[in-house]
Ligand binder design. Structure first.
Ligand SMILES: O=C(O)c1ccccc1NCC(=O)[C@H](O)[C@H](O)COP(=O)(O)O
Length: 213
């Protein structure tokens, strides 16, 4: 199975086109207003329409109100909704019962305990995205966590790796972790919130080269 690739924090058509052309399987649209990668709802809906059918659209929310969450899902109609705040398994279970959209939960990995506790999302999320712990922002920090923690972990859910992944280190990350999915945002940018089309292509190529090695 080819590694799944999510390019997160796209804000315009050029980024969506570049990620799709490069072979990303998922693109992320960020509705968190404090992020340099924020897109307003209407822009997210327009980019969703622009995205080719084979590429899944991931809508990113951080501790959003239920009403706003419902509105965002209705307007953008994503394939996946990624929760990147302190959303509880209980809340995600409620949402899961009310929508057919795929649900991902991002977790900032501090230590082995974070991974152990992630089992509480079984039945609440379809996939766990293991990311670096929150800094000033909950995600998109460009920081890595200790990948060796994953070696001891028995995954009970589908999962992906995020946090500080770049074209230069993603092959090594895949070798060490055997992640079925990788996610990057700042690692394919020239400045916060500004995607670099060449880096997107290099990232996807590095993943595909690793898949074929
Ligand atoms: O990217 C952001 O600005 C962001 C802000 C708030 C919550 C989540 C955010 N990004 C979520 C992602 O899925 C990123 O791709 C992930 O955190 C990895 O980011 P990076 O370390 O920059 O590759």
């Amino acid at each position: 199975m080819p590694t799944q690739i999510k390019i997160c924090g796209l804000k315009d058509e050029a980024g969506v086109d570049a990620a799709s052309r490069a072979g990303a399987t998922h693109i992320g649209l960020n509705l968190y207003e404090k992020s340099p990668r924020y897109v307003p709802l209407e822009q997210a809906a327009a980019l969703r329409m622009r995205t080719p059918e084979q590429v899944k659209v991931v809508l990113l929310l951080v501790n959003a109100e239920p009403g706003y969450t419902a509105k965002a899902l209705e307007i953008v109609k994503p394939d996946v909704v990624q929760f990147h705040g302190t959303e509880t398994p209980e809340w995600l279970r409620v949402l899961k019962g009310a929508t057919s959209v795929e649900i991902w939960k991002a977790l900032g990995v501090k230590d082995a305990e974070t991974l152990k506790n992630s089992a509480r999302f079984v039945g609440a999320a379809d996939l766990l995205l293991f990311d670096a712990p929150a800094q000033a922002l909950p995600g998109g920090t460009g920081m890595r966590f200790d990948w060796s923690l994953l070696a001891e972990h028995r995954h009970e859910l589908a999962w992906g790796l995020a946090g500080g992944l770049t074209p230069a280190n993603v092959a090594e990350a895949l070798r060490q972790t055997r992640a079925p999915m990788v996610d990057t945002s700042s690692g394919v940018e020239s400045a916060p919130g500004i995607k670099d089309m060449d880096k997107i292509a290099q990232f996807c190529k590095a993943v595909r080269d690793h898949d074929h090695s």
